[in-house]
Design a binder for this molecule. Structure first.
Ligand code: DGJ
Length: 713
């Protein structure tokens, strides 16, 4: 079949497929938009990028297909690896069908000899984000199971790319960027934790030169899957460079009987000609266009964890509720410690009944009290987990998602003294669904903080590796709860930010970016989480003066400035605050409420400044009518007179009032205090702010200020 050349374009991104041959289409271009192209233009483009035949390579000219295989003359990592009876099944796809419109196409191909059928959807979304989704169908009569080792989505990027960036990290220090020269050959970064993990790659991103926030071309990919993943880069000298991602499967984890299919997780690809901010903008725009993207103002939240930990004293918690409402809190979340027997982290996961020794009248009165102040009531749960010391484990020891041979309290499998509940087991699934469903109704829950505090280790379901089946069940469970309780919101927490991918965000409404409330750590954790997620989806709370996770002491103004950059709130024993701190927090809550319509719909930009101590993030209205700019320092500045801050996204012809918001208190600065900072504001044109900039103040280390720009009529 010859389906011609296909040009998909949307949101400033083009993708050109060559479907003139019998096999799967080849990808000729993924990058900047090409505008109108007829078949003759596309045919010339195909000639322009056609392969030469250098010495010591295959003779015939070929291009890499949507799933690069050895049959394409590809010596990098294949896009698909399958076998029957332990023997590799090689595929030669035959294109059966290709339907397309301006921005999406569906390709159906088959290999009759191999007994396989493939359906691939490629879509360029309005945001310019490209989504690739593959589904493989075993259509063979051969009763031998088809073992799927992997089915990954890949796209080519120019060989002019030089650097690869992925993320790394650990508990309370998630999303640390790692940039290196692109390695030769096939490189993979994997996550084998059953959750993306604190060190999750999250992205692989190739750039021409070191990646910058505001400038430069880059190509990135992200897998929408909240479990084991493989990110990959292929640089081979006789073919184009590829990036891609897919689900990491263990041997035998997906084995298709005749008639079965495997839908690989969808993988997103983002191209930017304006640095990392351009990559982030594509994801943010895409997320915000989803019908289920949170559309109500993101509530100012108080979470009880660092205020009381497991020490649930109803009287104190009632006092916290009252104080929270005085401060302007809009959502009160009762964290871990409320259920039967849970006095520390060694017991009771799975026993989702209110502990009547602590809460003799249940939690309904507390939830009602919270609501009587006009706040929402949120509750912490960890439904995918089970403590061996629980009624659930005592009655259903067979519901654990672990290798049964190693389960006899093997300390190697224990993590925070807890184990994983096998939600792919229908009875376990039904039990948890029923318990959560009932709790939501009984207590009146508006919000669940859905935690997940351990890796999956040797996950076994029905005698096979079980991460895939368990993860599908988790996604189904959350979706089912949300459909039974319209309006219920769910936060994805995983010992902080170990599960913040677009797969879990398909069914949840916010992520808890980290267990570190230390603003120094969080500035970068939030910044890099923001490469994928817009600020309204990133939980960011003001913690205590001395951070519980790092021991660092910081100014309240700095902690508030960092919290303002996300879905803000407090995680601090506010009963211990001084009168001045209490008043400042109340002013902060009001500032957050005022600025959130701007910041939660904004284009986010991180200024590339010379001095690495600066962290400047601007949140600009898409129409350029206003902006909030958070200016922060991590360390002592290099210069006595720092550089100027040039802004972007403003209308050069309009004039803007630029003022420091004083709700956060007075920043500590050295002797060079520019007049615009000390005299209550200044009016400047968009052109001056863009081309000349503002003299940055010589802030002390670990300070934060917020500028508010409003366009004059
Ligand atoms: C880990 C979470 O990240 C914390 O915020 C808190 O909810 C604890 N779990 C509770 O056990």
């Amino acid at each position: 079949m010859n389906a011609g050349l296909v040009h998909l374009e949307a949101g400033g991104t083009s993708l050109v497929l060559d479907a003139r041959g019998d096999g799967l289409p080849a990808v000729l271009h993924w990058g900047g938009a090409l505008g109108d192209q007829d078949q003759a233009d596309l045919s010339a483009l195909a000639d322009a990028v056609s392969r030469q035949t250098p010495p010591a390579t295959l003779d015939s000219a070929w291009q890499l297909s949507l799933i690069p295989l050895e049959a394409d003359g590809w010596s990098g990592r294949p896009g698909l690896q399958v076998s029957r009876g332990g023997v590799e099944v090689r595929t030669r796809w035959q294109l059966l069908e290709l339907t397309s419109d301006d921005a999406a196409c569906v390709v159906v191909a088959a290999d009759a000899d191999a007994g396989l059928r493939l359906r691939t959807r490629v879509e360029v979304a309005e945001s310019g984000l490209v989504w690739v989704s593959h589904t493989l169908h075993n259509v063979s009569d051969d009763p031998a199971l088809l073992a799927v080792d992997w089915l990954e989505a890949t796209l080519p990027v120019p060989t002019s790319t030089t650097h690869a960036t992925t993320l790394d990290g650990r508990w309370s220090r998630e999303k640390r960027p790692v940039t290196s020269r692109i390695a030769a050959g096939a490189t993979t970064r994997t996550s084998r934790r059953g959750r993306p993990g604190h060190d999750a790659p999250t992205f692989v991103l190739l750039s021409e030169g070191l990646p910058q926030w505001n400038t430069g071309r880059s190509w990135g990919t992200h897998a929408a899957w909240p479990a084991d993943v493989t990110y990959r880069v292929d640089r081979v000298t006789d073919a184009v460079t590829l990036i891609g991602a897919g689900e990491l499967l263990r041997p035998g984890e997906v084995a298709l009987a005749p008639g079965d299919e495997y839908a690989a997780p969808s993988v997103a690809f983002a191209y930017s000609a304006s640095g990392l901010d351009g990559i982030a903008a594509r994801f943010h725009t895409w997320l915000r266009a989803r019908p289920h993207h949170p559309s109500t103002p993101r509530p100012f939240t108080l979470n009880t964890w660092e205020a009381v930990y497991f020490d649930h004293d109803p009287q104190k918690i009632e006092q916290l509720v009252a104080r929270a409402s005085e401060l302007g809190v809009e959502r009160f979340v009762l964290d871990d410690g409320w259920f039967r027997g849970r006095r520390d982290d060694t017991t009771s996961l799975g026993d989702w009944e209110v502990d009547e020794d602590v809460w003799p009248n249940g939690l309904r009165p507390l939830a009602d009290r919270v609501r009587s102040f006009g706040m929402q009531f949120g509750l912490w749960v960890e439904p995918e987990m089970i403590s061996l010391d629980s009624e659930l484990a005592r009655s259903h020891s067979d519901w654990l998602l672990h290798d049964p041979r190693h389960l006899d309290h093997d300390p190697a499998l224990s993590w925070r003294t807890q184990f994983v509940l096998d939600l792919a087991e229908p009875a376990a699934y039904a039990h948890i669904l029923q318990r959560l469903d009932a709790l939501i109704d009984e207590i009146g829950i508006d919000y669940l903080k859905w935690d997940h505090n351990r890796d999956l280790t040797e996950a076994v379901h029905a005698g096979r590796p079980g991460t895939h089946a368990h993860t599908r069940a988790v996604l189904r469970l959350i979706a089912e709860l949300k459909s039974r309780h319209p309006g219920l919101e769910i936060e994805s927490c995983s010992s902080g930010g170990a599960r913040t991918d677009l797969g879990i965000l398909d069914v949840t409404d916010r992520v808890w970016a980290s267990d570190s409330n230390d603003p120094v750590e969080r500035l970068d954790i939030q910044r890099w989480t923001g490469l994928l997620l817009p600020p309204e989806l990133i939980g960011a709370h003001v913690g205590p003066t001395t951070s519980h996770s790092s021991g660092r002491t910081t100014d309240l103004s700095f902690r508030m400035a960092v919290s303002l950059m996300g879905s803000a709130g407090i995680e601090w024993d506010i009963l211990s605050c001084t009168a001045e701190e209490t008043a400042t927090l109340a002013r902060f809550a009001a500032l957050y409420r005022e600025l959130r319509p701007l910041m939660h719909n904004a284009v986010v930009s991180h200024r590339d400044l010379r001095d690495p101590a600066w962290r400047v993030t601007s949140f600009t209205a898409p129409d350029g009518s206003a902006a909030a700019v958070v200016i922060a320092t991590l360390a002592g500045l290099e210069d006595a007179r720092p550089e100027r801050l040039r802004l972007s996204g403003l209308d050069p012809r309009r004039r803007y009032r630029v003022a420091v918001r004083e709700e956060l208190g007075t920043p500590k600065a050295g002797w060079v205090i520019p007049p615009w900072l000390s005299s209550g504001g200044i009016v400047l044109s968009g052109a001056a702010l863009t081309e000349v900039g503002l003299q940055l103040p010589a802030l002390w280390p670990m300070q934060g200020i917020v500028l508010h720009l409003t366009a004059l009529r």
